[in-house]
Design a protein around this ligand. Structure first.
Ligand code: GCW
Length: 718
């Protein structure tokens, strides 16, 4: 056989087996033929045609998506029809776009789905069996189409469908920490997707793919630029570029936002000041907003990081965050825009515990922001650590909409090569009870606006996307993008359900694959906590790039950028005393949360060293001393990664080898780095505890000095 024939035969064989090479680019939108042939036949019988009239961009992409998905999943062309003359038509549209939908009695349900929701219902239409996907607006139709395809992708039954879906959060956005030179701060997936140099004339097809992927999980906004902002993006020529992206994203229901550098009026406007109370400054922002809206009529608004980590802000002029936010809010208000103002602030001079500063700064300002300002709060009070308690601001600002900021990119969780499925982290935060209005005042209720009656709601995720073929630097990291989108749509979704969907859509519906991989993913974040920062430890990473362990980091420009500031290890014990006799951060929480964290008896062990300085010989629930428990957890983290490797080996052959091999290789990196974290931290903390590493425990491979000498001058993400 010639090489060509052999190759063709091999490709044919692989295609027939359904296992062919994939690089992850298709994400969870692969639409392979339904592997269960009986089910595929059932789907074919249930879906004979699509009726989706209407001539606008959003309906166009919805119709195309449905055709594309069905063609793939059913492995046959599904015709478009205008009338319902047979069983099995999928009727798609709004009462405006589709006369068939208009004629159905759907008002009651459509009232429930609002501007972006949809309903999917099996019903009789003109005496024929049909499936109806209906919404009030085109974008709801698009979301309904993606939902319907997800049902098929995850092999759900189609009879008796009666779904009414509406997002519980209004602004569901990705924050890109992308710079204009295409580097991505804390990005581990290559360069920025936005090719500013070639915009607006060249539109990379990936812009469409990106918008499509976001729409498929219900995201409706994207902040194109880094919060460490560059005023250049507000110049006319860059606004044209941003407008070109907005044009690509619009059919997919995605609005563009930009970061606003507070000193822009000086840097690109030639003003002497950026004082928000100076009339010329307010005028400049108004004119700038008008100009932006001429380019991008549906511009979403500004995201601002001010007076934080060297960014300029209103405090440079003795003004408050509210005075700063309001001047921008007034500028975009006439156009319907919002300002997302970040609460991630901490001062370099301030001796107060960094965990307390955002609360101290913002709570007194409650009620003094314009109605179109949302305060964007990171999930925890420090900075996206593998585990933090929920941020005490949640529940503490009833008069000001607070939106959630999660990190999708794994700055502190091993970058793209560590498998850390973050849905459990997001879920843990969203389901935390703030007790702001008594029991049952969940963070999710703050975020979706129900607790305080917020008029505006939002959730932002710091994106992990880049130019890598697989988008996120690793196939598995895409699960976090997916999970964020699903939770922004419904903050009460559960991690196992999200994992289940993602695995089935991304890899396979084979139960022999889905079950073990789901178990592995759901336990993965806890493994990272164990081998990096167990028992409430935090901020132990290397300086600057944050890659790998650095519990010894001390000195430098500011105490709260060191590890020793946070772990406070000494001969007596370890941990940050945030009780009432310590920094008193506990008092920023409502009782009984405050009392729970205050007492050594009741603080959850997961947060022990976040809130307490604890003696090395303290008895833990397990009966072990704190020292031995710490060692136990570090070891458990490594063991858990080894368990993940074993799980992954057990599913070899059930998916394509390209993605299989990547995950396998990355798990090996993770295992190696888990040992590195464990050994470096244990050896370092041992210099304080002066306690032995008990028998039966793996010995560190290198000396503490050797670990301390490791440098990574070219780690990605800075
Ligand atoms: O987590 C820290 C990061 C910075 C980031 C900052 C922030 C964009 O190390 O890179 O800056 O948070 O959230 O503003």
């Amino acid at each position: 056989m010639s090489t060509r024939l052999a190759t063709a035969a091999l490709v044919g064989l692989l295609l027939a087996s359904g296992v062919h090479a994939e690089d992850g680019h298709a994400l969870w939108l692969r639409y392979p033929p339904v592997s269960d042939v009986a089910l595929r036949d059932e789907y074919r019988a249930a879906i004979s045609a699509v009726a989706c009239p209407g001539e606008n961009a959003t309906l166009g992409v919805a119709r195309e998506e449905l055709a594309r998905g069905l063609r793939g999943l059913l492995d046959e062309e599904v015709p478009l029809v205008n009338s319902i003359s047979r069983d099995g038509v999928v009727v798609v549209g709004t009462p405006q776009s589709s006369p068939v939908v208009a004629a159905l009695d759907l008002e009651t349900d459509l009232r429930k789905v609002g501007d972006e929701g949809f309903l999917i219902r099996s019903m009789s239409v003109a005496g024929k069996r049909a499936t109806v996907i209906a919404a009030n607006h085109d974008v709801g139709v698009l979301y309904g189409v993606f939902h319907f395809l997800r049902l098929l992708q995850t092999h759900r039954r189609l009879e008796g469908l009666s779904l009414v879906e509406a997002p519980r959060v209004q602004l569901r956005v990705l924050d890109h920490w992308d710079n204009l030179d295409r580097t991505v701060e804390r990005g581990y997936a290559g360069f920025s997707l936005w090719d500013w140099h070639k915009l607006p004339d060249y539109l990379d097809p990936r812009y469409t793919d990106y918008a499509r992927a976001n729409a498929s999980i219900g995201l409706n906004g994207t902040v194109l630029t880094n919060v460490n902002a560059n005023a250049t993006v507000l110049r006319a020529e860059y606004l044209q570029k941003a407008a070109a992206l907005a044009d690509v994203f619009r059919p997919w229901g995605i609005r563009v936002y930009l970061t606003a550098r507070f000193s822009a009026p000086m840097e690109i406007g030639g003003l002497e000041t950026a004082d928000p109370l100076a009339p010329a400054v307010a005028r400049w922002w108004k004119d700038k907003a008008d100009e932006i809206y001429r380019h991008i009529p549906d511009f979403g608004g500004f995201l601002v990081k001010a007076n934080s980590e060297g960014q300029p802000g209103p405090q440079d002029y003795g003004r408050s965050h509210a005075e700063g936010a309001n001047v921008l809010a007034d500028a975009v208000a006439p156009h319907g825009g919002v300002v997302m103002w970040r609460a991630f602030v901490y001062s370099s001079e301030e001796p107060e515990d960094r965990a307390k500063q955002a609360y101290s700064e913002f709570v007194p300002l409650d009620g003094s922001f314009r109605p179109n300002v949302l305060i964007q709060v990171k999930n925890g009070p420090i900075d996206f650590q593998p585990r933090e308690p929920f941020h005490p601001l949640f529940g503490a600002m009833p008069e000001t909409p607070l939106m959630m900021e999660f990190q999708i990119t794994q700055e502190y969780l091993g970058f793209a090569t560590h498998l850390a499925f973050l849905a459990p982290l997001y879920e843990e935060v969203l389901r935390s009870d703030t007790y702001a209005r008594g029991e049952g005042s969940l963070v999710a209720d703050v975020i979706d606006g129900s607790l305080h009656g917020y008029q505006r709601t939002g959730m932002a995720g710091v994106a992990n996307t880049g130019t890598d073929r697989n988008w996120c630097g690793s196939v598995m990291a895409c699960a976090n993008w997916f999970a964020f989108g699903r939770l922004a749509w419904d903050p009460m979704l559960e991690s196992p359900a999200i994992a289940d969907e993602w695995i089935r859509m991304t890899f396979s519906n084979d139960p022999g694959f889905v079950a073990p991989v789901k178990t592995m993913m759901l336990a993965s974040r806890e493994a990272v906590v164990d081998y990096m920062t167990p028992l409430g430890l935090h901020h132990l990473m290397a300086r600057g790039h944050h890659y790998g362990p650095g519990p010894w980091v001390s000195g430098g420009p500011r105490a709260d950028w060191t590890s020793v500031y946070y772990h406070r290890a000494d001969e007596e014990g370890i941990g940050f005393d945030r009780t009432t006799t310590g920094s008193d951060a506990v008092s920023q929480y409502f009782p009984p949360v405050r009392d729970q964290y205050e007492s050594l008896e009741t603080v959850p062990e997961e947060l022990l060293l976040w809130f307490h300085h604890v003696p090395w010989d303290h008895r833990m629930a397990s009966g072990r001393t704190l020292w031995n428990e710490l060692l136990y957890r570090y070891q458990r983290g490594v063991d858990r990664v080894r368990g993940m490797q074993e799980t992954w080996r057990s599913v070899e052959g059930l998916i394509d080898s390209e993605r299989y091999e990547q995950v396998k290789a990355f798990l090996a990196i993770q295992e190696k780095e888990a040992r590195w974290w464990r050994d470096a931290c244990v050896l370092y903390f041992q210099t304080f505890s002066r306690l032995p590493i008990p028998d039966g425990y793996e010995r560190p491979e290198r000396t503490l000095e050797e670990y301390e000498a490791i440098t990574h001058p070219y780690a990605p993400g800075i």
